[in-house]
Write a protein that binds this ligand. Structure first.
Ligand code: UTP
Length: 475
């Protein structure tokens, strides 16, 4: 087909789907800009887009929570009874074997925009450790190096970026010498994007030859892992289990033998860690069971009567909050992609810069558009088996979402210090505390020193003497 024919065909297609404005500046474009724009339009599936506009852009109501949403079974923090105690021990042993055999890879999703944090650059480059100011990427790299050393293996690391931060992320890794890891064991790839819409369902133009797009959500990782060749790379290396984490959690325990082992013993395909929510309305996803499948319902979609429903002992029925920590089988991702799976989309009303019908650049001063995303936890019900393991927030979950307040830089730093203090106290150290019992010094424990509490006792040759306001760094 020649250029003229392609143009005419595209024009007709856009007219049919009410998106003709995408070619509004055609006459002003040069040949390469025209090719560029046509290539972007060609990638869009307009029948699918019509469905999104009807279901998500013009409609704001979320799908109702299924009537049979029930509390899910889960493995509690401590085993219940001798049978389960044996199972936990067996799981820890199996988890260690799987890590040692190189069957577990780290996978961080780092393609988000990090708007709430307001940091210029990839969030993984945000300095967070309280004494050494290590960035999130450096902390994960040190965990991976320490695990590889502890288990005498190579743990590959997969990092998902988005077009917003891919080049910058690659440059950060390059200029930091891959944080001491072997470059060939670090696989950085990009997720897909989805077009952004105005509130009437029209796709925005970012420029005269460019459609406005945003990353397709962390759920996009399940396609991107496959499309990028990451899954193929895992297969070549013999990786069977993917340890999924978010870029903004410096307390993450990436290689947890108990979690990996329970998941493997139960022959699960995708599993999750959960924390007990701080209250019925905490802003985290809620675990439940629908038709026997583990399902997460967002806090904003859980009706009050379910959020507040209590057991006879006064505990919340839906008390398990999602912390975005998963083990995902490599074969599960392969199976999903072979079957052309689709995850539901979620809408967020955002401020998206764009050009108007005259070609003028518009920096909106309020929410003007709908951004669509898929969420990774929506793949849980697609798994034939899925387990949930309870964990302690103070040990494993300190999200860096905001510059201040809840889930902020400050709260995450405090939690890193608090966990370090608890680990040191468990080994017999006296940690100075303020009258409100918060820690009165700074403590940072490098992954090379301890990956978990029990490592401390074996590593500490001498109990350190810590004075108020000290800056303690153990490496
Ligand atoms: P968040 O939901 O916190 O979004 O992402 P965000 O974009 O980082 O931050 P805000 O909402 O703009 O402030 C949770 C995790 O999912 C990743 C993020 O990088 C983070 O690790 N993510 C999110 C992606 O990798 N891709 C996406 O499209 C969205």
């Amino acid at each position: 087909m020649n250029n003229k024919e392609t143009f005419e065909k595209t024009k007709k297609l856009l007219k049919k789907h009410n998106q003709s404005h995408l070619l509004a500046f055609w006459e002003q474009l040069n040949a390469s800009q025209r090719r560029n724009l046509l290539a972007q339009i060609e990638k869009l599936d307009f029948a699918e887009i019509d469905g999104w506009v009807a279901d998500y852009v013009k409609k704001s109501a979320a799908a109702p929570v299924p009537v049979n949403f029930a509390p899910p079974p889960f493995y509690s923090l401590n085993p219940v009874g001798p049978g389960q105690k044996r199972k936990y021990n067996q799981a820890i042993e199996l988890g260690r074997e799987l890590i040692s055999a190189g069957k577990v890879a780290a996978f961080v999703v780092a393609g988000g925009q990090g708007t709430r944090l307001g940091f210029d650059g990839p969030k993984g480059n945000f300095p967070i450790s309280p004494v050494k100011n290590k960035t999130l990427f450096r902390i994960f790299a040190e965990i991976i190096a320490a695990v590889s050393e502890k288990y005498q293996t190579v743990c590959p690391w997969y990092i998902m970026t988005s077009p917003l931060n891919h080049d910058e992320t690659k440059e950060i890794f390059r200029s930091n010498g891959y944080y001491g890891l072997n470059e060939k064991d670090v696989f950085i790839f990009q997720q897909g994007t989805l077009p952004s819409f105005n509130l009437d369902g029209k796709i925005f133009l970012a420029d005269k030859d460019c459609i406005a797009c945003s990353p397709d959500g962390h759920g996009g990782s399940l396609k991107a892992l496959y499309k990028s060749g990451a899954i193929e790379d895992m297969k070549r290396r013999g990786v069977e289990f993917i340890s999924y984490l978010q870029v903004d959690n410096p307390l993450i325990n990436i290689f947890d033998p108990l979690f990996i082992g329970l998941h493997a013993l139960d022959e699960a395909e995708m599993s999750s860690k959960a924390v007990i929510k701080t209250g019925p309305k905490e802003r985290v996803g809620n675990f439940g069971l629908v038709d026997g499948r583990v399902t997460v319902v967002e806090y904003s979609d859980l009706p009050d009567e379910l959020a507040e429903k209590q057991n006879p002992d006064g505990s919340s029925v839906f008390r398990l909050g999602s912390v975005a920590i998963h083990i995902i089988n490599r074969t599960f991702v392969e199976k999903l992609n072979a079957g052309g799976f689709v995850l539901p989309l979620h809408r967020a009303v955002k401020e998206i810069p764009h050009i108007d019908q005259h070609g003028n650049f518009v920096e909106p001063d309020g929410p003007n558009s709908v951004k669509l995303e898929s969420f990774v936890f929506d793949a849980l019900p697609l798994a034939s088996k899925s387990i949930i393991l309870e964990t302690l927030r103070s040990e494993e979950f300190a999200p860096v979402k905001n510059a201040a307040g809840v889930d902020s830089v400050e709260s995450a730093k405090e939690m890193i210090v608090a966990r370090g203090a608890a680990w040191l106290e468990s080994a017999g150290a006296a940690v100075p505390r303020k009258p409100d019992s918060s820690v009165d010094c700074l403590i940072e424990i490098a992954p090379s020193f301890a990956l978990e509490k029990d490592d401390i006792k074996t590593k500490l040759c001498k109990i350190p003497e810590i004075k108020p306001m000290d800056r303690v760094y153990l490496a």
